[in-house]
Design a protein. Structure first.
Length: 403
C-alpha cells in the first residue's frame, strides 16, 4: 500500500504541490509567530531583570506585602553575613544591597515626590545592562553624593547632569532629613512609570539620610536566568524562614506572568486559525483529487479490495503529503527565522515601555514540534471525510465514473 500511495502522490503533481504549499505555509507561519512571541517575552524578562529587580530578592518577612508603606520597619540589620552566604551559591555573580525610601526632590524652584533606592553603584552598573544612560554617566562608588534620575523625572524638573538638587525625607525615627546631591546622569529603563519617579543614590548616602545601617533587600544576580528556580531553592535553604522571605523575579514582577498569559492566549488563537486554514485548503484539494479518482477506487474494490483498504489508501497518501509538507515547513520556517533575525528589524517599545528593541525569532524544539504536529494533523484530518465518502460508494456506482 505504501508503494501505491507514493506512486499516486507523484502521479498528481499539481494537486500534491498545492497541498504541500498550504502545509508549508501554515507550519512556517506557526514557527515564525511562535519565535516572535518567545522573543518578546525574553526581551521583557531580561529588561525587567537587568533594569530593576534582579533574578532574586531577599527581604525581611512581610516586606513584600507591607514594606512599600513603611520600608524602615522591614530592615535587614546585618546584611553582610547573609551576602557572604548567598555569594557562595553556585551561579550567583553578585549580591547587591538596596535601601528603599520615598521623599521629595527639589531643584530650588519646584518639588516632586520620588521613590528612590540607595544602591551599591558599581554592582548596580553590572546588573543594569538594560538601563540606558541618556545623559551624563553611570553612578559609581566614588560618587559619595551623586544622584541618578529617571528620564521622566529629569524632564519634569528640567534637570541636567551637573545640576544640584535637594532630597528631603523622613528618617526611621520620624525626623526630617535633607541632603544635597549633584545630578550625575539620567537613566531610562523599559518602564515609563518607573522612570517618571525613580532616583538612585549611593547606599551610604541613603543610610545617612535615613539614620540606619540596615538595608531593605539583597538583590541576587545570576549568570543564567534559567538557573533562577535552582538558585532559589539553594538560597532558601540558607535562610531563616521565620525572619526572611525570598522572591523570584517572576513573583516580584507579576505583570510579566500576565503578559505571558495574554500572549499564550493570542498564540493559541493563531494556532487554531492556522489549523483551520490548512484544513480547509487541504480539504478542498483532497476533495477534488479523491472524487476524480472514484472510478479508480471502484476498480480496486472490484478486484477484491475492501472499502477499508480504499479509506486507508487515501488517508496514507495524505499522511505522507502531511509528513513531507510539515518537514519542508520546518526547514522553510527555520530559514525564514534566520533571515528575519539577520535583517535586524527595529521594533517599537513594548506596552508601557519607552525603549525599543531589535526583533529576533527565537527557535525552540517545542515550537517546531507543535508546528509540525499541527501541519501533519491538519492534512490527515482533511482527508478523513472525503476518504470515508468515497469508500462507502458501491462498486457499481464507482465503476460508472470510468465510462
Amino acid at each position: 500500500m505504501l508503494n501505491l500511495a507514493l506512486r499516486n502522490i507523484f502521479r498528481h503533481k499539481l494537486r500534491t504541490a498545492i497541498t504541500l504549499a498550504a502545509v508549508v505555509f501554515g507550519v512556517t507561519a506557526l514557527i515564525v509567530s511562535a519565535g516572535f512571541v518567545r522573543d518578546v517575552l525574553f526581551q521583557l524578562s531580561e529588561a525587567t531583570i537587568h533594569s530593576q529587580s534582579g533574578h532574586l530578592q531577599v527581604h525581611r518577612k512581610g516586606y513584600y506585602e507591607q514594606g512599600a508603606r513603611a520600608p524602615d520597619k522591614y530592615l535587614i540589620d546585618r546584611p553582610e553575613p547573609l551576602k557572604r552566604g548567598i555569594d557562595r551559591v553556585e551561579g550567583v555573580t553578585d549580591v547587591l544591597a538596596r535601601l528603599g525610601f520615598s521623599g521629595l526632590l527639589s531643584n530650588g524652584r519646584s518639588d516632586l515626590p520620588v521613590v528612590g533606592e540607595g544602591v551599591e553603584a558599581d554592582k548596580e552598573a553590572r546588573l543594569g545592562s538594560y538601563v540606558k544612560i541618556t545623559a551624563g554617566r553611570q553612578l559609581t562608588n566614588r560618587d559619595a553624593f551623586g544622584i541618578l534620575l529617571g528620564e521622566g523625572l529629569a524632564t519634569g524638573l528640567k534637570l541636567r547632569p551637573g545640576d544640584r538638587v535637594s532630597l528631603l525625607l523622613n528618617t526611621a525615627a520620624g525626623a526630617v532629613n535633607t541632603l544635597d546631591f549633584e545630578v550625575i546622569g539620567v537613566f531610562q529603563t523599559f518602564s515609563k512609570e518607573f522612570d517618571a519617579r525613580a532616583v538612585r543614590i549611593p547606599l551610604a548616602a541613603a543610610q545617612e539620610l535615613l539614620g540606619t545601617a540596615g538595608v531593605n533587600s539583597l538583590v541576587v544576580s545570576l549568570a543564567r536566568t534559567d538557573d533562577t528556580e535552582r538558585a532559589a531553592r539553594d538560597i532558601a535553604s540558607l535562610l531563616d524562614a521565620e525572619r526572611y522571605e525570598l522572591k523570584t523575579w517572576r513573583e516580584i514582577n507579576d505583570f510579566y506572568q500576565k503578559a505571558v498569559d495574554l500572549y499564550e492566549r493570542q498564540f493559541g488563537v493563531l494556532r487554531l486559525i492556522v489549523l483551520l486554514m490548512v484544513l480547509l485548503m487541504v480539504a478542498n484539494t483532497v476533495n477534488m483529487t479523491v472524487f476524480e479518482r472514484v472510478g479508480e477506487f471502484g476498480t480496486l474494490m472490484a478486484m477484491g479490495n475492501r472499502s477499508s483498504h480504499v479509506f486507508g489508501l487515501v488517508a496514507l497518501e495524505n499522511g505522507l503529503i502531511g509528513l513531507m509538507g510539515a518537514s519542508l515547513g520546518i526547514a522553510v520556517g527555520v530559514c525564514a527565522a534566520w533571515a528575519i533575525t539577520a535583517a535586524g528589524i527595529a521594533m517599537p517599545p513594548l506596552p508601557n515601555a519607552n525603549v525599543g528593541y531589535t526583533m529576533s525569532i527565537r527557535l525552540t524544539p517545542d515550537a517546531a514540534a507543535t508546528a509540525f504536529a499541527v501541519g501533519f494533523a491538519a492534512t490527515v484530518l482533511a482527508s478523513l471525510w472525503p476518504a470515508a465518502r468515497v469508500s462507502r460508494k458501491s462498486i457499481v456506482e464507482s465503476l460508472r465514473q470510468n465510462v
